[in-house]
Ligand binder design. Structure first.
Ligand code: FAD
Length: 396
């Protein structure tokens, strides 16, 4: 069946693939496809990130773990990426009275997860993709429509609407995927989304006297029962903190809705961190409250009647809450599996996408559940003996 769709399989010449979204997963997908000889066009709604400042208060850094590093290693990007990362071999717990407790992630403390700037990682992956033969990127192209049957895509651009067609369309356009939005109208396509009654807000602990204000060799956690804060180090010696608070009820974003109330509550519950945050009021005012959502879709590919095939990768296929730090890692694993399936099917894209979805779906569902469960563990005293009992009670 290889090459059954004109221009898709490599057997009849170099195939052409449209990747919608030049985020983390879209760029890595482009790298893997280019290595196989495909011609790849990345369509990205934002301007070129290498020329624009990152959005304020939107997941400034990420933890990349062995799953993600393995995907980078297989394409020779691990060392470049890790050069800009800070290893975190354990977590540092901050009690309300300021007492610290370090818990290594591995027995000998040698294994670490890695804190990395999301925008830096995106730029590195984009550079890598564009450095490979056959890859181009069209920025300020926002997908607004897709004909699944023919692979015809409509984009809004600064110069007006444009149309492109590709025999393979891969969606790497994130949790609110416009491509997936088109598939949702098809009979037999399952989709669900589930919001947590929690939001998140990013705060900053700047460098102090030119150095880190906290131990940079740890992911810091302030567990506070129903809420928590985490902090990851940045190479400029600052920390990006993320507050995970209920949206409503006591101690929520809704209740603490003025800077005075927010600051007072924060100082009472996160005193050691408060002392390190000279611009808490500025962060409160400027950084948005983000939402936390789990999205599930099935299948992850659709064959059109006029020869096109559409596939989903990364958050477009499986958006998860961030408490296991695995969303991007999981998306990177998608790239490896798709590459493997292309290899096993002799680059028969429709079959490879079907195989990839069948193999990855179970893993994505599992990490989605684990990520939800880990929120309870992280915010409610990590690994205490009474934790399991409490957790059972909380889950009813
Ligand atoms: P995205 O990164 O969302 O990229 C999608 C791209 O598509 C963007 O560039 C976007 O501009 C573009 N796009 C969107 N719509 C269109 C359109 N219509 N047309 C064209 N382009 C479009 N993961 C980890 O592994 N470790 C962590 O520690 C971690 N921490 C996180 C913390 C928070 C607070 C959050 C919210 C997430 C965290 N994640 C983490 C998850 C991680 O950010 C995502 O899983 C990852 O970014 C998904 O990559 P993606 O490329 O699939 O989607």
């Amino acid at each position: 069946e290889a090459g059954e769709i004109g221009g898709v399989g490599r057997s009849g010449g170099v195939g052409e693939v449209a990747v919608v979204g030049a985020g983390l997963v879209g760029c890595l997908t482009a790298c893997y496809l280019a290595r196989r000889g495909y011609e790849v066009t990345l369509y990205e709604r934002r301007p070129d990130p290498r020329e624009a400042a990152p959005e304020r208060g939107r997941s400034i850094n990420l933890a990349i773990s062995e799953r993600g590093i393995d995907a980078l290693r297989r394409i020779g990007l691990d060392e470049t990426v890790l050069k800009a990362a800070l290893p975190m071999p354990g977590r540092m717990m901050h009690a309300p009275d300021g007492t610290l407790g370090f818990q290594p992630y591995s027995a000998g403390g040698q294994r670490a997860i890695n804190s990395i700037s999301r925008s830096e990682l995106n730029r590195t992956l984009l550079d890598a993709a564009l450095g490979m033969p056959g890859v181009r990127a069209l920025f300020e192209h926002r997908l607004t429509g897709l004909d699944v049957d023919s692979g015809r895509m409509d984009f809004d651009t600064p110069g007006g609407p444009v149309t492109h067609t590709a025999p393979v369309v891969l969606a790497a356009d994130g949790a609110y995927s416009a491509v997936r939005g088109r598939l949702q109208f098809l009979p037999g396509f399952d989709f669900s989304q589930e919001y947590l009654d929690y939001g998140y807000k990013e705060l900053t602990i700047p460098a102090r006297d030119g150095g880190f204000a906290l131990d940079p060799g740890a992911l810091h956690i302030w567990p506070r029962g129903k809420a928590m804060m985490i902090a990851l180090p940045n190479p400029d010696r600052s920390f990006t903190c993320t507050l995970f608070w209920p949206k409503s009820g006591p101690g929520s974003f809704a209740e603490l809705d003025t800077v005075e109330r927010f600051e007072e509550f924060f100082a009472a519950n996160y005193a050691d961190a408060r002392a390190l945050m000279p611009d808490l009021a500025g962060d409160y005012a400027h950084n948005p409250i983000g939402h936390l959502v789990t999205m599930r879709a099935r299948p992850w590919h659709v064959r059109g009647t006029a020869g096109a095939v559409v596939g989903l990768l990364g958050d477009a296929a499986h958006a998860i809450v961030p408490f296991y730090g695995q969303g991007a890692n999981c998306g990177f694993e998608d790239c490896v599996e798709l590459d493997r399936c292309l290899e096993e099917t002799g680059d028969d894209f429709p079959r490879a996408l079907a195989m990839y979805g069948a193999r990855r779906k179970e893993h994505a569902d599992t990490i989605a559940e684990l990520a939800l469960e880990n929120f309870v563990e992280m915010r409610d005293k990590v690994a205490s003996r009474s934790f399991l009992l409490r957790k059972r009670v909380e889950h009813g």
